[in-house]
Design a protein around this ligand. Structure first.
Ligand code: PMP
Length: 423
């Protein structure tokens, strides 16, 4: 089956002379050059009129589906009153209250625009509180594109991931994820100069790898013992895997956490939340955190409307059911077509690839998987009307239901039948 992509191809050719690589985020370099016309709920339509059932969700933000009516109406109404005032407006309080209620463990929140900058604020707060400089991070975890966190990590040896990147690698120690003993050993030796442990509580940027039983609790205890700040990077997990993110799902409260993506119905908003003692130095001016567009009127309207919808009509049980059926269905298709299609993770964010079906617990085990073959398959799926990330993560939104489940399984079936999984 080949779909017509003439208009996308024309637009891609034009874009190539306008923006590097024809894309405005390097994450999209690996993706097909499809130009979309619009999205609604769980569906996308491209400029050539092709439809797609979407399991990429714009890399995660469209947790309520595309163009969620309640959020967009709230944003449109708010925007009529302006955008930024260089001062406060009442929607900030609504957004903050709803945010803190959902998160549960945190006393304060500061809004920003991107996950990348939220991580920077969290690290700065941890350093300010402890007077220490370095932090611990984990192989395969992603924390934004800035110099001090961007790495190409292979077997815990760390190299810059970009030309022009300032080498600031003496700021952190890289450890394997899900290995508590490694953290314990490092802290015993280096805690004196450790401000923070920073992690994706579920490693979502290299596979989707949940924490082993007791791992997050163990990190919490080690941080308490050594007075190190525990930072959860919940940019993917926040509001998605439970109302209060990973902290809620696994019952372990960090000291600080970063958020983005799912919190604002597709609008560009991010946040740092934390305990008052750590956050309040921003309020005295001792710690600087600024941003022209922080807590803009449309941003706060989007956060408030999104979090109200998640509170009043929680999608989490439905997502568990949909995700469970979807993963079972995909595995079944793999068996039927004799390709080693495997899935692991959480129902609302899971990882698909080809390879050995046994569970992966850290980055080192990912080499058992054929990620390149899967990336090729994701490109093939474009022609069958399934929009997914070549890197393998599948996201489910509150707008996904039975119709989407039937459609996606039929379409993946057709792609595999045509040899899309390159047997
Ligand atoms: N942290 C994590 C865990 C992420 O997944 C991402 C983005 N995928 C970021 C931080 C950076 O967020 P942003 O792209 O909004 O800057």
């Amino acid at each position: 089956m080949t779909r017509n992509h003439t208009r996308s191809a024309e637009l891609a050719a034009r874009a190539a002379g306008l923006t590097p690589g024809g894309v405005h985020s390097n994450v999209r370099l690996a993706g097909p050059r499809v130009f979309f016309e619009r999205g609604e709920g769980a569906w996308l339509w491209d400029v050539d009129g092709n439809d797609y059932v979407d399991y990429l969700l714009g890399q995660g933000p469209n947790f309520l589906g595309h163009a969620p009516r309640a959020v967009n109406d709230a944003v449109a109404a708010a925007m009529r009153r302006g955008s930024v005032f260089g001062a406060q407006h009442a929607l900030e309080n609504d957004a903050s209250e709803l945010f803190l209620q959902a998160v549960g463990w945190a006393d304060r929140v500061r809004f920003g625009v991107s996950g990348t900058e939220s991580v920077q604020l969290a690290l700065r707060l941890a350093r300010a509180a402890t007077g220490r400089r370095r932090f611990v991070r984990f192989a395969g975890h992603y924390h934004g594109w800035l110099d001090n966190v961007l790495v190409r990590t292979v077997d815990e040896t760390t190299t810059p991931a970009s030309a022009g990147q300032l080498d600031q690698f003496d700021q952190f120690h890289v450890l394997p994820y899900n290995d508590l003993a490694a953290v314990e050993t490092l802290l015993a030796e280096h805690a004196d100069d450790l401000a923070a442990i920073l992690l994706e509580p579920v490693m979502c940027n290299s596979g989707v790898v949940p924490p082993r039983d007791g791992y997050l609790r163990g990190l919490r205890d080690l941080c308490d013992r050594h007075s190190v700040v525990l930072i959860f990077d919940e940019v993917i997990t926040g509001f998605r895997i439970a109302p209060g993110g990973a902290a809620d799902r696994y019952g372990v409260a960090p000291d600080l956490a970063t958020y983005g993506k799912a919190m604002a119905g597709g609008w560009p908003v991010a946040a740092v939340a934390g305990r008052a003692e750590l956050m309040d130095p921003i309020g005295t001016g001792e710690v600087n955190h600024s941003g022209t567009f922080n807590a803009s009127v449309p941003a706060c309207a989007a956060v408030a409307a999104t979090l109200r919808q998640l509170r009043d009509d929680p999608p989490y049980d439905r997502l568990e059911t949909h995700g469970g059926k979807l993963v079972d269905g995909l595995r079944e298709l793999g068996t039927r077509h004799d390709v080693p299609l495997r899935a692991q993770g959480l129902p609302m964010a899971f990882h698909m690839s080809f390879g050995d079906p046994s569970p992966i617990h850290d980055l080192g085990q990912l080499d058992r998987l054929d990620l390149e073959r899967y990336a090729r398959f994701a490109h093939v799926l474009v022609d069958y009307g399934v929009w997914v990330a070549p890197r393998g993560i599948w996201y489910i939104s509150a707008a996904h239901g039975e119709k989407e489940l039937v459609a996606v399984l039929e379409r993946v079936d057709a792609a595999l039948a045509a040899g899309g999984g390159d047997r």
